[in-house]
Design a protein around this ligand. Structure first.
Ligand code: NDP
Length: 327
């Protein structure tokens, strides 16, 4: 089958494309310009005509994906802005929500071969901030961030603006499917990863061009004092595998699935890198004192998608090898 991947030049999506190709799928990668597709064309050259590009200049335009969805059997929608420095919340909310509804609308109208749509949401759409420890699952929804943005507008925190964009885009996707269930021949799967870490295969011109999650890892390993705090994580290669399995497993249809390896303190990553590497050491072992307020139940990903997760040691070694290869 052929799969449309939106935002194909992104950190996560490049791995999704690679995993799909490795599993025998053909891929149409949607990017904003021919230039943004150049690296992918090179990266996947060995796959010949099993990889093609579609240029979708503005995902907020009505009918933006009308051509791109034609003839594909499935869609992986990853394109969405991911940063914490928006002033006007609309900078994040509009492309997130309209991009999601737009690709679903194009699938409804022109995706006659589409059987399944996978949307990359986030644990940002699951979590609420609290000073009490929480174990969250797919039943949880973040109503806090949209409320903060509604009440405070531009004065809301950068994290709340991003999180609200993910909540509202995901809700819009589920609402769309509920409203149009009688007219569509496909079902929806939503994947909710926490912080995504691991090696990069997309185009990264320089340290300044690191994406939001890869920058956090780089800072933790290289910037003195930047390894405090923690979070929950998943390896980008595991998340890519989840995107493939979300297409392969019939029973995933209609499911919201958290894809999470576990909780970390940034110090744990300093401890996990190969001992001989040049990165800062911090205070080895101090990660065990970190209080993890948020944890995610990843049992559903194991049951529905058969997910198993890489260890921190595996991911840390791959990240360091990636940095070394880039010099
Ligand atoms: P990247 O920034 O590397 O990729 C984002 C992709 O979305 C790029 O292809 C980008 O295109 C595209 N995009 C962003 N804004 C727009 C827009 N306004 N119009 C069209 N395309 C746009 O981020 P990631 O790979 O990390 O994130 C991919 C997805 O995964 C997002 O939906 C994100 O919310 C989600 N996610 C990421 C997590 C992480 O820790 N990395 C955690 C949980 C969810 P361009 O290059 O042209 O800007």
């Amino acid at each position: 089958g052929k799969v449309l991947v939106s935002g194909a030049n992104g950190y996560i999506a490049a791995w999704v494309v690679r995993s799909l190709l490795d599993e025998g799928f053909s891929v149409r990668g949607a990017v904003r310009s021919v230039d943004k597709g150049a690296h992918l064309r090179e990266l996947f050259a060995a796959h010949g005509d099993k990889f093609e590009l579609a240029v979708v200049p503005d995902i907020m335009q009505d009918g933006a994906f009308d051509e791109a969805v034609k003839g594909v059997d499935a869609i992986e929608h990853t394109a969405s802005p991911y940063h914490f420095h928006a002033d006007d919340p609309a900078e994040l909310l509009e492309p997130a929500i309209r991009g999601t509804i737009g690709i679903l609308e194009s699938a409804r109208k022109y995706g006659t071969a589409v059987k399944r749509v996978v949307v990359t949401s986030s644990t940002a759409a699951v979590l609420t901030v609290s000073d009490q420890p929480q174990l969250l699952s797919e039943v949880n929804w973040n109503d806090q961030a949209p409320r903060e943005v509604e009440e405070k507008g531009r004065a809301a925190s950068g994290a709340a603006k991003y999180r609200a964009s993910k909540v509202l885009a995901e809700r819009a996707a589920w609402d769309f499917v509920a409203k149009h269930s009688a007219e569509i021949g496909w079902d929806l799967v939503v994947l909710n990863p926490p912080l995504v870490l691991g090696p990069m295969i997309h185009a990264v011109a320089s340290v300044d061009a690191l994406s939001t999650s890869t920058r956090q890892m780089y800072n933790a390993l290289t910037t003195p004092g930047a390894a405090g705090g923690g979070g929950c994580w998943t390896d980008v290669r595991d998340l890519a595998r989840a995107h493939v399995r979300a297409l392969q497993r019939e029973s995933a249809g209609g499911e919201r699935i958290i894809i999470a390896a576990g909780a970390f303190a940034w110090q744990d990553w300093l401890d996990a890198v190969p001992p001989a590497s040049k990165y800062q050491k911090g205070t080895p072992g101090a990660g065990k004192d970190h209080v993890h307020l948020l944890r995610y139940d990843n049992g559903k990903s194991a049951r529905v998608l058969g997910m198993e997760y890489r260890s921190m040691g595996d991911t840390a070694a791959a990240v360091v090898a990636d940095y070394e290869a880039r010099g």
